[in-house]
Design a protein around this ligand. Structure first.
Ligand code: HAM
Length: 418
């Protein structure tokens, strides 16, 4: 028996990986336009960073982390999300000392031990952004609009933006009490998980998939918001409206991580099976201090690339697959073979994608190979041409063939390709 990939992971093979590159290029391009810069942090961090940052009573920390002891007996965890690591790096590298807001983005694998299903993996990939150092609600709106724009420019249909405010710690304490009062009488009728969540993290109860319909009469967090939270929320909404970003308010939207304050939001979509969230994020004004830094506010988002993939597939959105090859070189004879090897390298140095045969195949099989690679040109070098310092170039689309000087090959091909 051979080896198999671990449950909940994927091999992204050529032919599929191009779809990933397409999304990643779009995300990077958006970050350039929105002026976010890339940050790369380690894939594992000290376990306590996530316990502190993400929160001890969250599903992630309680059940889903890939935690291990390293050979020095330190507890390490494969990152279940990107924000905690970015904030740790922001603090450790004293980015708060810089005059401008730190606007950072990342694309990479995250790890959660969850039950795999369509759109849910154990190793999955996020594109995320974090803006740290500003309290201005315009930046909340900027973050929300970037995710919105990514979905729009990728051509995804039916993605909606839901927003909420989860308040500051004091308004949340008020809400917590009201919510516990609402939930306590129905405690016995709730699922086991929710029964224990009532005391530890009652807002998460509202997120329960099993008991959804019991919560229609639940108090709204929006009624517990104080002046400061309300005005922040109002301004975020105004900016979004000004920008033309469609959104709806969902006062029951709670996020699965504990660091959120004020703005919380999610991108929802139909057509990814049982799971309907493409991405989400919000403000985290206490997190930088929690991780040992100064009291700096932050806001960010993360979008799941597997989920974007699923929507692209389900909605039959065409993406260019394997990129066609510029030229396939065919050598006839030993001397020609040497020259082809040299020309191949020269073409590649000149920016042209070029290939040759390595399997000792007959000319006909080499042409077939060129076809499979969708070569735009094939160039054939025989001894006669070689003696004249020339090569025969065939434009595959029309079958038109001409002879060019070997030293002009790169330029000739380039002018035909551009
Ligand atoms: P999150 O809601 O836990 O937020 O994850 C964001 C997105 O990652 C989800 O909406 C989903 O698309 C994707 N995702 C999460 N778990 C899985 C999984 N097991 N398989 C596939 N995709 C998954 C965060 O992670 C926050 N760090 C977002 C954030 C950034 N908030 C502020 N800044």
């Amino acid at each position: 028996m051979g080896f198999q990939k671990p449950t909940g992971t994927q091999d992204l093979l050529p032919g599929v990986v191009e779809r990933w590159q397409f999304i990643e290029e779009k995300a990077r391009d958006l970050c350039r336009r929105f002026n976010y810069q890339e940050i790369r942090t380690p894939i594992f961090e000290q376990t306590s960073l996530f316990e502190r940052g993400v929160g001890e009573t969250t599903d992630i920390v309680e059940k889903e982390m890939y935690t291990f002891l390293d050979k020095g007996d330190r507890s390490m965890t494969l990152r279940p999300e990107g924000t905690a690591g970015v904030v740790r790096s922001y603090v450790e590298n004293k980015l708060y000392g810089e005059p401008d807001v730190s606007k950072l983005y990342y694309i990479g694998p995250m790890f959660r031990y969850e039950r795999p299903q369509a759109g849910r993996q154990r190793q999955f990939h996020q594109f995320g952004i974090e803006a740290i150092g500003a309290i201005d609600p315009a930046i909340d709106a900027e973050v929300i609009s970037l995710g919105y724009e990514l979905c729009r420019e990728l051509g995804l249909q039916g993605v909606t933006v839901e927003i909420n405010s989860v308040g500051n710690p004091s308004s949340r304490a008020d809400y917590r009490e009201k919510l516990i009062a609402f939930l306590t009488p129905m405690r016995e009728s709730l699922c086991k998980d929710c029964q224990s969540r009532i005391d530890r993290n009652p807002m998460r109860v509202l997120d329960c998939k099993v008991d959804q319909d019991k919560f229609t009469g639940a108090p709204s967090i929006l009624d517990s918001l104080d002046e400061e939270c309300l005005s922040h929320f109002e301004r975020v909404k105004t900016y979004l409206t000004e920008m033309g970003v469609d959104y709806s308010i969902n006062h029951r939207l709670v996020r699965g991580l504990d660091y959120y304050t004020l703005t919380a939001f999610e991108y929802k979509a139909q057509g990814i099976g049982a799971i309907d969230t493409v991405g989400g994020g919000g403000r985290y004004n206490g997190l930088v201090a929690e991780v040992g830094g100064p009291d700096q506010p932050g806001v960010g988002l993360a979008i799941g690339l597997e989920r974007i993939q699923l929507i692209l597939e389900n909605q039959n959105i065409e993406i260019q697959g394997v990129k066609p090859l510029d030229v396939y070189l065919v050598a006839l004879g030993e001397e020609a073979d040497k020259e082809v090897t040299k020309q191949l390298f020269k073409l590649r140095q000149a920016g042209i994608s070029a290939e040759r045969d390595y399997l000792g195949r007959k000319m006909k099989a080499q042409f077939k190979s060129a076809d499979r690679m969708q070569a735009r040109y094939t160039a054939i070098l025989g001894d006669d041409e070689l003696a004249r310092g020339e090569i025969a170039v065939k434009f595959m689309e029309t079958g038109e063939q001409r002879t060019v000087k070997l030293e002009d090959l790169a330029n000739e091909l380039k002018s035909g390709i551009e």
